[in-house]
Design a protein around this ligand. Structure first.
Ligand code: DLZ
Length: 159
């Protein structure tokens, strides 16, 4: 950023950069596919709605959210990819598995982003229940896949 911030606004879709020549990868986890499928549709459609060419979006599935970091790395390391969006849903269970997966994927995605100096977006829901997940995958709390796509677009404006 070259000058002082004048109007710090809430998260909005106003004044997004031109992304018509940018290329994105969307990595989506196969666990809880009812949720992650909705996140994926939201992210894909939002990219297109804001000017990304459909053939500039590559998509890949990984088995679970734990695998999102490696999936992200495989695309982040490609020179032709400008930003990576990771989508998953880890639902709280009765064991500590939830904590390990959430921590690992958050750390992993952060590391990939910093290593390759590219936006790698954390679009992973960590709800207590399936209902809470659906509320955030096109339900009453919107679609966090849409937000992940907008975040990726916004981060490209920093380049
Ligand atoms: C094993 C597991 C469990 C219990 N729950 C979830 C979940 O709610 N969401 C998710 O994305 N993945 C889950 N996984 C799978 C792990 O992410 C991972 O695929 C396996 O531990 C293999 O590395």
């Amino acid at each position: 950023m070259s000058s002082a911030l004048k109007n710090l606004s809430d998260f909005s879709t106003a004044n997004l950069p031109d992304v018509s020549q940018k290329r994105f990868a969307i990595i989506v986890s196969e666990w809880n596919t009812e949720v992650t499928g909705a996140l994926y549709t939201g992210a894909f459609d939002t990219l297109v709605k804001h000017g990304v060419q459909e053939n500039h979006i590559v998509s890949a599935q990984v088995p679970g959210s734990f695998e999102l970091s490696l999936g992200a790395q495989k695309f982040a390391q490609r020179e032709d990819i400008d930003a990576v969006i990771c989508l998953g849903c880890v639902i709280q269970g009765e064991t500590r598995h939830f904590d390990f997966i959430c921590q690992a994927v958050a750390d992993g995605i952060t590391n990939v982003s910093l290593k390759y100096n590219k936006p790698v977006i954390f679009g992973v829901l960590t709800p207590n229940t399936q209902e809470q997940a659906m509320d955030r995958a096109g339900g009453k709390h919107g679609n966090k896949g849409d937000e992940a796509a907008i975040t990726a677009i916004k981060m490209l404006a920093l380049n």
